[in-house]
Ligand binder design. Structure first.
Ligand code: MG
Length: 361
């Protein structure tokens, strides 16, 4: 039993009862195949649009945000409750990158994580298996994070550098796996959609060409997906961004569009997402189907919802949504921003160290 200090009134027992308190959440939907639908989604995914009425983008002291945290309690306030479930279990950490470990910035190439955050993540990885799962290409995320202690899944989990385990059950899924040495350790590379690579390259070039006249747009090749960033595009031009992307995509039925934070993402139509990547990594770590494992996933994107859902549906672990504005989610808890993520990770490591000390005495 724990209590939520942020409002002094929220009480909850366990994940099951907490879930009962929740109203049904909106499913993660694909964008409608018409430009107006895309535009609507672009506006909805923009925090500035959500909070335009009161002019603030951070809801820490906002009554609406505080009401929202009754549904998605702060993971810091609920920390004791979370680790109570981790007691005696192996905790596995999954982290999104942009907006979770690094602040959202205007120029995607400048989304560097602070040295302090890097140290906190490194320390976490020394104490528990830690993976970063991002929409960016795996190499790009590694360039930002620069830690060899982690597992990396780029392109929304379609490009995974994982550990070499005894069981390669993933080969059953018919995807390519290679064992090799990379970034300092023995790893297994799993790529779910290699046959899409030429198509993705082609679409990347077409999108650059199509959108070159739109000021502020940035098209990024993330190997197994293409991101069209519109965070620097004036809102009046968002419709043009959606239209250009639509025009390119309509002749590629094997590609689909999803939505991140001020980014449109073109992805292969395959049954693979961040949730599948979590399952794959747990498999690889030989920590799947274990009652003594507690996975925790922290992320801020709509694409992270697939992972939240996997953990929630299986009652396997906790999803923590990073958001300074209220939104529906499959996560169970929330944190406001990357600085709170850092605080949470520090406390988690301290708790693990305390547990280890306690055990050794
Ligand atoms: Mg993110």
């Amino acid at each position: 039993m724990g209590s939520c200090a942020n409002d002094g009134s929220t009480e909850y027992d366990d994940p099951a009862s907490l879930e009962k308190m929740k109203e049904p959440v909106l499913p993660l939907k694909l964008m409608p195949l018409h430009t107006n639908g895309w535009l609507h989604d672009m506006k909805l995914s923009s925090p500035s649009a959500v909070f335009a009425s009161n002019g603030t983008s951070s809801g820490a002291f906002d009554p609406i945000y505080r009401a929202w945290t009754k549904k998605y309690p702060s993971a810091l306030n609920a920390f004791d409750h979370i680790v109570a479930y981790g007691k005696g279990k192996k905790i596995v950490l999954f982290l999104d990158y942009d907006g979770t470990l690094s602040p959202i910035v205007d120029e995607p190439d400048n989304a560097v994580m602070s040295d302090q955050m890097r140290e906190v993540v490194r320390n976490a990885a020394l104490h528990l298996p830690t993976a970063i799962i991002s929409g960016r290409s795996r190499d790009k995320v590694f360039d930002f994070v620069k830690l060899t202690e982690l597992y990396y899944a780029g392109s929304h989990g379609m490009d995974i550098m994982g550990p070499v385990g005894e069981h390669d059950s993933v080969t059953d899924r018919g995807s390519s796996i290679n064992s090799n040495k990379k970034q300092g350790k023995e790893v297994k590379i799993f790529q779910a959609a290699t046959e899409f690579l030429p198509m993705i390259d082609e679409v990347f070039r077409l999108l650059i060409e199509k959108t070159k006249a739109i000021e502020g747009v940035k098209v990024e090749n993330n190997k197994f997906c293409v991101s069209v960033h519109y965070r620097n595009v004036e809102e009046k031009d968002w419709k043009v961004v959606a239209q250009c992307t639509n025009d390119v995509l309509k002749v590629y039925p094997r590609l689909r569009l999803t939505h991140g934070r001020k980014v449109l993402e073109v992805r292969p139509v395959i049954d693979w997402n961040k949730g599948k990547a979590v399952e794959f990594l747990l498999d690889s770590l030989e920590l799947a189907n274990c009652n003594n494992v507690l996975p925790i996933y922290i992320g801020d994107d709509r694409t992270d919802e697939d992972a939240f859902k996997v953990l929630r549906d299986d009652k396997r672990g906790f999803g923590i949504l990073v958001s300074s504005v209220p939104k529906d989610s499959h996560a169970l808890y929330s944190l406001i921003d990357p600085s709170e993520v850092m605080d949470f990770l520090k406390r988690l490591v301290m708790w693990i160290e305390g547990e280890a000390l306690h055990k050794s005495q």
